[in-house]
Write a protein that binds this ligand. Structure first.
Ligand code: CMC
Length: 396
């Protein structure tokens, strides 16, 4: 058994080579295909970022227009999906519904089933990017007991999503540009993050040659957990709890609980496996947070104040300094989403919508690699040695 390296949690094992996303955790730097996230967030929209992740470079004007119109033409989902949706309880968690809906796409699109066929993968990629907003909005509307809104192709990607979320058939929905920009930025910041748990899940799942939609559904399932995509939901719930107990004055007590290892309480939205410095996405998110709250006249939002105070105290506390724990992207994204009107239990769905392109880009990269094999981790066996089955009467 000494043949394998034992590395629980992949702390020091590279599972793949990749040319997509680069993170320098010490510097707090994030590059998609070489471009700094700070520049992409300011100069590009989400669909340009998708093109970049999928194709390796930013589109020129014609490529951008073609890609945008291609995605726009695939925003509807098969009408039967509505009946599938209706099988769920209304009070189901949207991530449970989304995992089901994304997996169900594999039953609807029979010309994009072969993950090893580049044309199949390409059409599956466009469909997924185009349909994720529709599916997330459907999951939301279903829980609300409202009719699902068909996509509107004259709107941009984020604007269309906002309308499908908050529009109703009885009233025309006016998209606020500042909210559209904020949401688009959330999408950009979450689009890829190299070999995180859900991306590694998608790679491992896809390595068996499974249906591409099924591989992405596996990513959605993994993202759901509170240590990963569920952290934005957990971070906002935490802020709500502190607020309910008395707000800013209770921060000291809360931090003491976090530092007590027996409490099981973590400062959600803080810490990262790779970033040992400020998460660059958290900075951009905080900027967006300021912009959105100002536009909506919510500058005095108590949760935002609480978050800023909590951040300040944590950043000055030895416990966090010694362990290099800084805010991650999820610390402020919940506050922005809440201001937009997105319910807490849909935050991870928004993350999944945005990360879909990263999952696909990583899947494509893996399958295009001539050295690619089915992923098959080894183990160090710690169970019983060989023994014989006893007749039932003799077992104890
Ligand atoms: N609050 C309190 N203590 C923490 C926290 C936290 N948020 N994060 C890490 N620590 C402590 C941890 O207890 C450990 O202490 P010690 O050395 O005394 O045992 C030390 O810091 C190192 O942490 P770790 O758990 O070994 O680090 P990891 O790389 O295994 O975990 C993490 C990374 C993100 C799972 C963890 O920091 C965490 O649970 N954070 C809260 C959840 C969160 O915000 N997740 C979002 C991640 S970013 C979005 C995404 O990519 O999904």
């Amino acid at each position: 058994t000494g043949m394998f390296t034992y590395d629980p949690g992949f702390l020091s094992t590279a599972a793949t080579q990749s040319a997509i996303t680069y993170i320098d955790g010490d510097k707090g730097e994030l590059l998609y295909r070489g471009y700094p996230i700070e520049q992409l967030a300011v100069h590009c929209n989400f669909l340009e970022t998708c093109y970049l992740l999928l194709h390796g470079d930013l589109p020129d004007a014609t490529q951008k227009a073609d890609f945008t119109s291609l995605v726009t033409n695939h925003t509807m989902v098969n009408e039967q999906m509505q009946f599938f949706l209706r099988g769920f309880r209304r009070d189901a968690h949207p991530m449970a519904v989304l995992t089901g809906l994304v997996g169900a796409l594999s039953a609807f699109y029979h010309d994009s089933t072969d993950i090893n066929n580049p044309q199949h993968r390409e059409i599956a990629a466009i469909r997924l990017i185009a349909k994720m907003p529709t599916l997330v909005a459907m999951a939301y509307k279903y829980g609300m007991g409202q009719p699902y809104m068909y996509p509107h192709n004259h709107l941009n990607y984020a604007g269309n999503f906002l309308r499908m979320m908050f529009g109703t058939p009885c009233e025309e929905y006016q998209v606020k540009p500042v909210l559209e920009r904020a949401l688009d930025r959330i999408f950009i910041l979450h689009a890829d993050h190299e070999q995180n748990a859900s991306t590694s899940t998608v790679r491992l799942c896809g390595s068996s040659g499974t249906n591409p939609f099924a591989a992405i559904a596996a990513g959605v399932a993994c993202l759901w957990g509170p240590a990963h995509g569920g952290a934005n939901e957990a971070a906002l719930t935490m802020l709500h709890d502190i607020q309910a107990q008395g707000g800013v004055e209770k921060i000291g007590e809360f931090i003491r609980q976090v530092k007590d290892k027996n409490s099981g309480v973590k400062l959600m939205g803080f810490g990262h496996r790779v970033y040992k410095n400020y998460d660059p996405r958290a900075k951009l998110m905080q900027e967006t947070c300021n912009e959105v709250l100002a536009e909506l006249g919510l500058e005095k939002d108590p949760l935002f104040k609480l978050a800023k105070a909590l951040e300040k105290i944590a950043l000055e506390d030895d416990y966090f300094v010694q362990r290099k724990l800084y805010p991650n992207v999820d610390f402020y994204s919940g506050i922005v989403q809440r201001a937009i009107g997105i319910p807490v239990n849909l935050f991870t769905g928004i993350f999944a919508l945005a990360r879909t392109v990263g999952w696909i880009a990583q899947l494509n990269e893996m399958i295009g690699d001539p050295e690619y094999k089915i992923g098959r981790p080894r183990q160090l066996f710690t169970g019983s040695t060989r023994r014989d089955v006893l007749p039932l009467a003799e077992r104890r």
